[in-house]
Design a protein around this ligand. Structure first.
Ligand SMILES: O=C([C@H](O)CO)[C@H](O)[C@H](O)COP(=O)(O)O
Length: 230
């Protein structure tokens, strides 16, 4: 399988999200993610704007559903999302509702194991409940809090191999990866490479990062796409 590159648009307005998305698509990015900050700032108008501008591109709506799963998926799908995100820490019934709504509205479901006590078991749980993908995720606050206390920051790579081995569905690793680490994800058997901070997004300001982003993204896309995931 050819690995997929997804860019997290963790931005706070539609214009900037569209500008960054245009540049990312020119560079060869495969999937767009309407990040949580974008959905909070712009609501589903953010997803709609991306769908209008990119009619055939997969769009992940990272709303991190915790409750009211059926309606949230229905709304995201009608706004143009092809992929939605439900949290493993949500109630089992919520995950089931999200999976049902995904089937009813033609959306793929990504289950996020962030803050599970046992992240490998969390990934398996998401697969057993019918999710199509696992997001193996070390959260933003967790990482920054631990770093601020001078301790070693946990990385999604620490357990990525175990998560990949525990499930049959595709896995993506998210949270604090360097560029080099993100490019390496297919070597762990994770075919979905997510690009966020610090390359594309300034994680302190939730703004597009400075520099020649298009050229950097093109280089990364080439490096990822040249790999093969069995
Ligand atoms: O989902 C995210 C987080 O929970 C804040 O909303 C971020 O998209 C995710 O943590 C991104 O991390 P980086 O890959 O380090 O940008």
């Amino acid at each position: 399988m050819r690995p997929i590159v997804q860019i997290s648009l963790d931005l706070t307005n539609i214009d900037e999200a569209l500008d960054t998305a245009r540049l990312a698509m020119r560079a060869g990015v495969d999937w767009l993610e309407a990040g949580t900050p974008l959905i909070l700032a712009e609501g589903l108008h953010g997803v709609r704007a991306l769908r209008e501008a990119f009619p055939s591109t997969p769009i992940v709506a990272d709303l991190k559903t915790m409750d009211g799963g059926y309606l949230e998926v229905e709304m995201m799908a009608k706004a143009g999302a092809t992929h939605v995100v439900v949290m493993a820490r949500a109630h089992e019934e919520t995950i089931r509702c999200v999976v049902k709504a995904g089937a009813d509205f033609g959306c793929k479901v990504m289950g996020d194991n962030m803050v599970c006590d046992d992240m490998v078991a969390g990934a398996k749980w998401l697969e057993d409940l019918g999710c199509d993908f696992v997001i193996h995720h070390i959260g933003y606050d967790e990482r920054r809090g631990i770093a601020a206390r001078g301790q070693r920051m946990p990385s999604p790579l620490d357990q990525l191999r175990q998560v990949v081995d525990a499930v049959k569905i595709p896995v993506q690793a998210v949270g604090g990866l360097s560029l080099e680490q993100a490019i390496e994800c297919p070597k762990y058997g994770a075919p979905l490479v997510v690009l966020g901070a610090p390359l594309t997004i300034d994680a302190d300001a939730f703004k597009t990062a400075d520099g020649d982003l298009e050229a950097s993204l093109r280089m990364i896309c080439d490096a990822v796409h040249s790999q093969d995931v069995g």
